[in-house]
Design a binder for this molecule. Structure first.
Ligand SMILES: [Zn+2]
Length: 132
């Protein structure tokens, strides 16, 4: 059942979790996977279900960086959050699998990519050689 326009297993990025276009090499690009909220009030607060909460607040449960953690999430293995539906952008599996430099261009723009290239060296970069 959709939740605020998203289906479970949709892939998404959250605008306020993206790195700054001014310093795109700081922190990682977290790729989220939408979770199915529970319909069971007993599992939430006894009155409303997790789905009620999400609908009331226009939020979506998202698990970030579970399948292929970004550099910033490699130690903790990702995280789970409720994020506002209007801050989430659906992406395709192909987009999620792009090298980091291509994600910088796609999500943050050409100027951010230029700064990223300047900071990290020649194009095309080796995604295995990412530096924090
Ligand atoms: Zn991450």
């Amino acid at each position: 059942m959709p939740i605020n326009g998203f289906e479970a297993d949709d892939l998404a990025v959250c605008s306020y979790r993206l790195p700054s276009p001014v310093q795109p090499w700081v922190s990682g690009i977290h790729i989220g996977r939408v979770l199915e909220p529970s319909d069971d009030p007993a599992a939430w607060n006894g009155h409303n279900s997790e789905r009620d909460y999400c609908q009331l607040t226009n939020q979506v449960p998202v698990a970030y960086c579970q399948d292929d953690p970004c550099q910033a999430c490699q130690d903790q293995g990702g995280f789970r959050q409720y994020d506002y539906a209007d801050a989430l952008t659906k992406i395709t599996a192909e987009q999620a699998a792009l090298p980091l430099a291509d994600k910088v261009r796609l999500f943050l723009g050409e100027e951010a990519l230029a700064r990223y290239q300047q900071a990290l060296g020649p194009w095309p970069p080796n995604p295995r050689a990412e530096r924090p």
